[in-house]
Write a protein that binds this ligand. Structure first.
Ligand SMILES: [Zn+2]
Length: 375
Protein backbone atom coordinates (compact mmCIF):
# COMPACT_ATOMS: atom_id res chain seq x y z
CA UNK A 1 0.00 0.00 0.00
CA UNK A 2 2.72 2.40 1.09
CA UNK A 3 4.83 1.33 -1.84
CA UNK A 4 1.98 2.16 -4.20
CA UNK A 5 1.53 5.61 -2.59
CA UNK A 6 5.24 6.35 -2.96
CA UNK A 7 5.21 5.37 -6.61
CA UNK A 8 2.20 7.61 -7.25
CA UNK A 9 3.81 10.49 -5.37
CA UNK A 10 7.04 10.11 -7.35
CA UNK A 11 5.06 10.04 -10.60
CA UNK A 12 3.15 13.21 -9.67
CA UNK A 13 6.38 15.02 -8.83
CA UNK A 14 7.92 13.86 -12.12
CA UNK A 15 4.92 15.06 -14.15
CA UNK A 16 4.84 18.41 -12.38
CA UNK A 17 8.57 18.86 -12.99
CA UNK A 18 8.13 18.18 -16.71
CA UNK A 19 5.16 20.55 -16.94
CA UNK A 20 7.04 23.24 -15.01
CA UNK A 21 10.14 23.03 -17.17
CA UNK A 22 8.22 22.92 -20.41
CA UNK A 23 6.43 26.13 -19.41
CA UNK A 24 9.79 27.65 -18.55
CA UNK A 25 11.10 26.66 -21.97
CA UNK A 26 8.08 28.07 -23.81
CA UNK A 27 8.50 31.31 -21.92
CA UNK A 28 12.18 31.48 -22.72
CA UNK A 29 11.45 30.95 -26.43
CA UNK A 30 8.74 33.58 -26.66
CA UNK A 31 10.99 36.07 -24.91
CA UNK A 32 13.57 35.71 -27.63
CA UNK A 33 10.93 35.85 -30.41
CA UNK A 34 12.30 36.14 -33.89
CA UNK A 35 11.23 36.21 -37.52
CA UNK A 36 13.17 34.45 -40.26
CA UNK A 37 12.43 34.90 -43.96
CA UNK A 38 12.31 31.45 -45.59
CA UNK A 39 11.72 32.36 -49.22
CA UNK A 40 9.14 32.71 -51.99
CA UNK A 41 7.63 29.36 -53.06
CA UNK A 42 7.58 28.48 -56.76
CA UNK A 43 3.77 28.26 -56.65
CA UNK A 44 1.21 30.51 -55.02
CA UNK A 45 0.25 29.40 -51.51
CA UNK A 46 3.09 26.87 -51.53
CA UNK A 47 0.82 24.44 -53.40
CA UNK A 48 2.54 21.23 -54.59
CA UNK A 49 1.42 21.37 -58.22
CA UNK A 50 -0.26 23.80 -60.59
CA UNK A 51 -3.18 22.32 -62.51
CA UNK A 52 -4.44 23.92 -65.72
CA UNK A 53 -7.67 22.64 -67.24
CA UNK A 54 -7.73 23.36 -70.95
CA UNK A 55 -10.76 23.06 -73.22
CA UNK A 56 -10.43 23.39 -76.98
CA UNK A 57 -13.08 24.00 -79.62
CA UNK A 58 -15.41 26.37 -77.85
CA UNK A 59 -17.41 27.72 -80.77
CA UNK A 60 -18.73 31.26 -80.70
CA UNK A 61 -20.85 30.87 -83.82
CA UNK A 62 -23.05 27.76 -84.00
CA UNK A 63 -23.92 28.50 -87.64
CA UNK A 64 -20.30 27.97 -88.61
CA UNK A 65 -20.16 24.45 -87.22
CA UNK A 66 -22.68 23.05 -89.64
CA UNK A 67 -21.33 25.13 -92.53
CA UNK A 68 -17.63 24.59 -92.61
CA UNK A 69 -16.09 23.63 -89.28
CA UNK A 70 -13.41 21.28 -90.55
CA UNK A 71 -12.98 19.10 -87.45
CA UNK A 72 -16.30 17.30 -87.23
CA UNK A 73 -18.27 17.69 -90.43
CA UNK A 74 -21.88 16.64 -90.23
CA UNK A 75 -22.28 17.02 -86.47
CA UNK A 76 -25.39 18.92 -85.63
CA UNK A 77 -25.14 22.47 -84.36
CA UNK A 78 -27.50 21.76 -81.50
CA UNK A 79 -25.53 18.82 -80.17
CA UNK A 80 -22.29 20.76 -80.40
CA UNK A 81 -23.69 23.66 -78.45
CA UNK A 82 -25.14 21.37 -75.80
CA UNK A 83 -21.70 20.16 -74.75
CA UNK A 84 -20.24 23.64 -74.44
CA UNK A 85 -23.24 25.26 -72.76
CA UNK A 86 -23.96 22.31 -70.48
CA UNK A 87 -20.35 22.25 -69.30
CA UNK A 88 -20.27 25.99 -68.55
CA UNK A 89 -23.57 25.78 -66.66
CA UNK A 90 -22.50 22.71 -64.75
CA UNK A 91 -19.16 24.18 -63.68
CA UNK A 92 -20.35 27.62 -62.59
CA UNK A 93 -23.16 26.01 -60.59
CA UNK A 94 -21.28 23.07 -59.11
CA UNK A 95 -17.57 23.90 -59.22
CA UNK A 96 -17.32 27.72 -59.31
CA UNK A 97 -13.75 27.44 -57.96
CA UNK A 98 -12.58 25.47 -61.01
CA UNK A 99 -11.24 27.81 -63.65
CA UNK A 100 -10.66 26.81 -67.25
CA UNK A 101 -8.66 28.10 -70.15
CA UNK A 102 -10.94 27.75 -73.15
CA UNK A 103 -9.86 28.05 -76.76
CA UNK A 104 -12.48 29.84 -78.85
CA UNK A 105 -12.98 29.36 -82.58
CA UNK A 106 -14.47 32.79 -83.25
CA UNK A 107 -15.52 32.13 -86.89
CA UNK A 108 -15.57 35.67 -88.17
CA UNK A 109 -18.44 37.29 -86.39
CA UNK A 110 -18.93 40.55 -84.62
CA UNK A 111 -20.94 38.89 -81.92
CA UNK A 112 -24.18 40.47 -83.07
CA UNK A 113 -25.80 37.15 -83.91
CA UNK A 114 -24.44 35.31 -80.91
CA UNK A 115 -24.81 37.71 -78.03
CA UNK A 116 -25.95 34.91 -75.74
CA UNK A 117 -22.74 32.92 -76.16
CA UNK A 118 -20.47 35.95 -75.99
CA UNK A 119 -22.24 37.16 -72.84
CA UNK A 120 -21.64 33.77 -71.29
CA UNK A 121 -17.94 33.94 -72.24
CA UNK A 122 -17.75 37.41 -70.70
CA UNK A 123 -19.41 36.13 -67.53
CA UNK A 124 -17.02 33.20 -67.01
CA UNK A 125 -14.03 35.47 -67.66
CA UNK A 126 -15.08 38.38 -65.48
CA UNK A 127 -16.92 36.63 -62.67
CA UNK A 128 -15.31 33.20 -62.52
CA UNK A 129 -11.74 33.97 -63.58
CA UNK A 130 -11.63 31.69 -66.63
CA UNK A 131 -9.13 32.52 -69.32
CA UNK A 132 -10.37 33.02 -72.89
CA UNK A 133 -7.72 31.85 -75.36
CA UNK A 134 -7.61 32.05 -79.13
CA UNK A 135 -8.15 28.83 -81.05
CA UNK A 136 -7.98 30.81 -84.32
CA UNK A 137 -10.86 32.15 -86.36
CA UNK A 138 -11.41 29.26 -88.78
CA UNK A 139 -9.66 26.27 -87.22
CA UNK A 140 -7.46 25.68 -90.26
CA UNK A 141 -4.34 23.49 -90.25
CA UNK A 142 -0.96 25.26 -90.54
CA UNK A 143 0.31 27.29 -92.36
CA UNK A 144 -2.48 29.71 -91.42
CA UNK A 145 -3.12 33.09 -92.94
CA UNK A 146 -2.93 36.27 -90.90
CA UNK A 147 -6.73 36.64 -90.73
CA UNK A 148 -7.09 33.21 -89.19
CA UNK A 149 -4.36 33.98 -86.63
CA UNK A 150 -5.06 37.58 -85.67
CA UNK A 151 -8.77 37.69 -86.51
CA UNK A 152 -9.57 35.56 -83.50
CA UNK A 153 -7.68 37.87 -81.12
CA UNK A 154 -9.66 40.80 -82.47
CA UNK A 155 -12.96 38.91 -82.25
CA UNK A 156 -12.38 38.00 -78.59
CA UNK A 157 -11.19 41.46 -77.59
CA UNK A 158 -14.06 43.15 -79.47
CA UNK A 159 -16.67 40.98 -77.84
CA UNK A 160 -15.27 40.91 -74.30
CA UNK A 161 -14.55 44.58 -73.73
CA UNK A 162 -11.46 45.39 -71.73
CA UNK A 163 -10.08 41.87 -72.13
CA UNK A 164 -6.66 41.10 -73.59
CA UNK A 165 -5.82 37.68 -75.04
CA UNK A 166 -2.51 36.24 -73.78
CA UNK A 167 -2.81 32.59 -74.74
CA UNK A 168 -3.02 30.96 -78.15
CA UNK A 169 -4.04 27.35 -78.66
CA UNK A 170 -3.19 26.36 -82.23
CA UNK A 171 -5.58 23.84 -83.82
CA UNK A 172 -3.86 20.49 -84.40
CA UNK A 173 -1.28 21.57 -81.83
CA UNK A 174 1.19 23.13 -84.22
CA UNK A 175 2.46 26.56 -85.26
CA UNK A 176 4.94 27.56 -87.95
CA UNK A 177 7.93 29.83 -87.17
CA UNK A 178 6.25 32.65 -89.06
CA UNK A 179 3.01 32.22 -87.10
CA UNK A 180 4.96 32.27 -83.85
CA UNK A 181 6.67 35.55 -84.69
CA UNK A 182 3.31 37.11 -85.70
CA UNK A 183 1.93 36.01 -82.34
CA UNK A 184 4.89 37.40 -80.40
CA UNK A 185 4.62 40.74 -82.20
CA UNK A 186 0.97 40.88 -81.19
CA UNK A 187 1.51 40.32 -77.50
CA UNK A 188 0.76 36.59 -77.20
CA UNK A 189 2.87 35.23 -74.35
CA UNK A 190 1.74 31.62 -74.23
CA UNK A 191 1.33 29.08 -77.03
CA UNK A 192 -0.06 25.71 -75.96
CA UNK A 193 0.83 22.77 -78.16
CA UNK A 194 -0.62 19.26 -78.12
CA UNK A 195 2.82 17.81 -77.62
CA UNK A 196 2.88 15.68 -74.51
CA UNK A 197 4.29 15.32 -71.94
CA UNK A 198 5.16 17.99 -69.38
CA UNK A 199 4.82 18.06 -65.62
CA UNK A 200 7.41 20.71 -64.92
CA UNK A 201 6.76 24.44 -64.98
CA UNK A 202 7.08 25.64 -68.58
CA UNK A 203 10.52 27.05 -69.26
CA UNK A 204 9.56 28.19 -72.71
CA UNK A 205 6.09 29.70 -72.57
CA UNK A 206 5.84 29.63 -76.36
CA UNK A 207 5.67 25.89 -76.24
CA UNK A 208 3.61 24.66 -73.33
CA UNK A 209 2.90 20.94 -73.54
CA UNK A 210 -0.12 19.08 -72.27
CA UNK A 211 0.18 16.33 -69.65
CA UNK A 212 -3.11 14.51 -69.86
CA UNK A 213 -5.92 14.04 -72.34
CA UNK A 214 -9.40 13.22 -71.05
CA UNK A 215 -11.83 11.31 -73.23
CA UNK A 216 -14.20 8.37 -73.07
CA UNK A 217 -11.62 6.15 -74.75
CA UNK A 218 -8.68 6.71 -72.40
CA UNK A 219 -7.91 5.41 -68.88
CA UNK A 220 -7.36 9.03 -67.90
CA UNK A 221 -8.38 8.65 -64.23
CA UNK A 222 -5.50 6.26 -63.52
CA UNK A 223 -3.07 8.40 -65.47
CA UNK A 224 -4.24 11.51 -63.61
CA UNK A 225 -3.71 9.83 -60.23
CA UNK A 226 -0.26 8.69 -61.28
CA UNK A 227 0.74 12.08 -62.65
CA UNK A 228 -0.47 13.91 -59.55
CA UNK A 229 1.52 11.67 -57.23
CA UNK A 230 4.56 12.06 -59.48
CA UNK A 231 4.09 15.83 -59.57
CA UNK A 232 3.67 15.92 -55.80
CA UNK A 233 6.94 14.09 -55.45
CA UNK A 234 8.80 16.44 -57.80
CA UNK A 235 6.92 19.47 -56.34
CA UNK A 236 6.42 22.81 -58.09
CA UNK A 237 5.38 21.19 -61.33
CA UNK A 238 2.47 21.83 -63.62
CA UNK A 239 -0.14 19.47 -65.03
CA UNK A 240 -2.21 20.46 -68.05
CA UNK A 241 -5.38 18.45 -68.49
CA UNK A 242 -7.21 18.84 -71.75
CA UNK A 243 -10.25 17.70 -73.66
CA UNK A 244 -12.88 18.91 -76.14
CA UNK A 245 -16.46 19.73 -75.10
CA UNK A 246 -17.69 17.88 -78.19
CA UNK A 247 -18.65 14.46 -79.49
CA UNK A 248 -15.05 14.23 -80.64
CA UNK A 249 -14.10 13.08 -77.12
CA UNK A 250 -17.40 12.16 -75.44
CA UNK A 251 -20.47 10.08 -76.14
CA UNK A 252 -22.80 12.73 -74.74
CA UNK A 253 -22.65 15.84 -72.50
CA UNK A 254 -23.68 13.84 -69.41
CA UNK A 255 -20.68 11.54 -69.75
CA UNK A 256 -18.34 14.52 -70.12
CA UNK A 257 -19.82 16.27 -67.08
CA UNK A 258 -19.52 13.15 -64.95
CA UNK A 259 -15.84 12.93 -65.96
CA UNK A 260 -15.29 16.58 -65.00
CA UNK A 261 -16.80 15.97 -61.60
CA UNK A 262 -14.51 12.97 -61.02
CA UNK A 263 -11.45 14.84 -62.26
CA UNK A 264 -12.11 17.88 -60.05
CA UNK A 265 -12.71 15.73 -56.99
CA UNK A 266 -9.32 14.07 -57.48
CA UNK A 267 -7.49 17.34 -58.19
CA UNK A 268 -9.05 19.21 -55.27
CA UNK A 269 -8.32 16.45 -52.77
CA UNK A 270 -4.59 17.08 -53.16
CA UNK A 271 -2.57 20.20 -52.45
CA UNK A 272 -3.01 21.39 -56.04
CA UNK A 273 -3.43 24.91 -57.35
CA UNK A 274 -6.12 25.18 -60.05
CA UNK A 275 -4.92 28.08 -62.16
CA UNK A 276 -4.85 29.41 -65.73
CA UNK A 277 -1.87 29.83 -68.10
CA UNK A 278 -1.58 33.61 -67.90
CA UNK A 279 -1.95 33.56 -64.11
CA UNK A 280 0.75 30.91 -63.73
CA UNK A 281 2.96 32.80 -66.18
CA UNK A 282 2.66 36.01 -64.15
CA UNK A 283 3.20 34.23 -60.83
CA UNK A 284 6.35 32.56 -62.17
CA UNK A 285 7.71 35.85 -63.52
CA UNK A 286 7.03 37.57 -60.23
CA UNK A 287 8.40 34.72 -58.13
CA UNK A 288 11.73 34.85 -59.95
CA UNK A 289 12.10 38.62 -59.65
CA UNK A 290 10.82 39.40 -56.16
CA UNK A 291 13.33 40.56 -53.56
CA UNK A 292 13.08 41.27 -49.87
CA UNK A 293 15.10 43.60 -47.70
CA UNK A 294 14.98 43.64 -43.89
CA UNK A 295 14.32 47.11 -42.50
CA UNK A 296 14.55 45.90 -38.89
CA UNK A 297 13.79 42.65 -37.05
CA UNK A 298 10.03 42.83 -37.78
CA UNK A 299 9.79 44.97 -40.94
CA UNK A 300 10.66 44.09 -44.53
CA UNK A 301 10.56 45.84 -47.88
CA UNK A 302 9.29 43.62 -50.73
CA UNK A 303 10.00 44.70 -54.32
CA UNK A 304 10.80 43.50 -57.84
CA UNK A 305 14.46 43.67 -58.80
CA UNK A 306 13.72 43.79 -62.54
CA UNK A 307 11.00 45.08 -64.83
CA UNK A 308 8.14 42.65 -65.35
CA UNK A 309 7.07 41.53 -68.78
CA UNK A 310 3.42 42.57 -68.33
CA UNK A 311 1.24 45.49 -67.26
CA UNK A 312 1.54 46.57 -63.61
CA UNK A 313 -2.27 46.25 -63.37
CA UNK A 314 -1.85 42.51 -63.86
CA UNK A 315 0.51 42.00 -60.91
CA UNK A 316 -0.67 39.19 -58.62
CA UNK A 317 0.01 38.73 -54.91
CA UNK A 318 3.11 36.59 -54.32
CA UNK A 319 3.47 34.30 -51.33
CA UNK A 320 6.30 34.94 -48.83
CA UNK A 321 7.13 32.42 -46.12
CA UNK A 322 8.48 33.35 -42.69
CA UNK A 323 9.36 31.21 -39.74
CA UNK A 324 8.06 32.87 -36.63
CA UNK A 325 8.66 32.19 -32.99
CA UNK A 326 5.91 33.74 -30.90
CA UNK A 327 2.29 34.53 -31.65
CA UNK A 328 1.57 36.66 -34.71
CA UNK A 329 -1.09 39.19 -33.77
CA UNK A 330 -1.04 41.48 -36.79
CA UNK A 331 0.52 41.96 -40.21
CA UNK A 332 0.47 45.31 -41.97
CA UNK A 333 1.37 46.31 -45.52
CA UNK A 334 2.25 49.98 -46.09
CA UNK A 335 0.74 50.61 -42.68
CA UNK A 336 -2.61 48.99 -43.52
CA UNK A 337 -3.77 45.82 -41.73
CA UNK A 338 -3.71 42.71 -43.89
CA UNK A 339 -6.63 40.30 -43.80
CA UNK A 340 -6.11 37.06 -41.90
CA UNK A 341 -6.90 34.13 -44.22
CA UNK A 342 -8.13 30.67 -43.31
CA UNK A 343 -7.21 29.16 -46.66
CA UNK A 344 -5.33 30.24 -49.76
CA UNK A 345 -8.04 29.52 -52.32
CA UNK A 346 -7.05 29.25 -55.96
CA UNK A 347 -7.18 32.91 -57.00
CA UNK A 348 -4.16 34.68 -55.48
CA UNK A 349 -5.30 37.20 -52.89
CA UNK A 350 -3.59 39.48 -50.36
CA UNK A 351 -3.59 38.48 -46.72
CA UNK A 352 -1.74 36.34 -44.24
CA UNK A 353 -2.15 32.79 -43.00
CA UNK A 354 -0.54 30.93 -40.11
CA UNK A 355 0.34 27.23 -40.18
CA UNK A 356 2.23 26.06 -37.11
CA UNK A 357 5.29 28.26 -36.81
CA UNK A 358 5.13 29.31 -40.46
CA UNK A 359 3.63 32.61 -41.49
CA UNK A 360 2.53 33.01 -45.13
CA UNK A 361 2.07 36.54 -46.43
CA UNK A 362 0.46 37.12 -49.82
CA UNK A 363 1.29 40.55 -51.11
CA UNK A 364 1.42 42.66 -54.27
CA UNK A 365 4.91 44.23 -54.36
CA UNK A 366 6.32 46.77 -53.92
CA UNK A 367 5.29 47.18 -50.29
CA UNK A 368 6.68 47.45 -46.78
CA UNK A 369 5.38 44.83 -44.40
CA UNK A 370 5.46 44.75 -40.64
CA UNK A 371 4.87 41.66 -38.52
CA UNK A 372 3.58 42.18 -34.98
CA UNK A 373 4.37 39.44 -32.49
CA UNK A 374 2.97 38.96 -29.02
CA UNK A 375 5.89 38.28 -26.70
ZN1 LIG B 1 -9.47 22.40 -82.07
Amino acid sequence: MLRKAIIIAVLIVAILTIVYFSFERAEAESQSSYITFKGVPKLYGNYDTAVIIRLDDFVADPYYISHGFPVIPGKSTKAYQEYELDLINYLINNHPEARLVFGIVTSDNSGENNTYIWNLYREVVEEYGWEAASHTRYHQPPPRNITDILGSLKDIEDNISGYTVHTYIPPYGKVTKNELSILRENGIKIVMSDKPYEITLPKNWYDVHISLKMSDRLPWIDILRLELSLAKYTKNGCIIIYTHPTSFDWKDPEQMIKAFNEMLNIVEKGNNWITTPYELYRYSEEQSSVSIKAINSTSFYVYFDRKLNFSSQDILPVTLVFQVSGKVTDVTANGIQLQKLNSFGYVPKEGYLIRGNLLYINIVPPKSINIVIDK
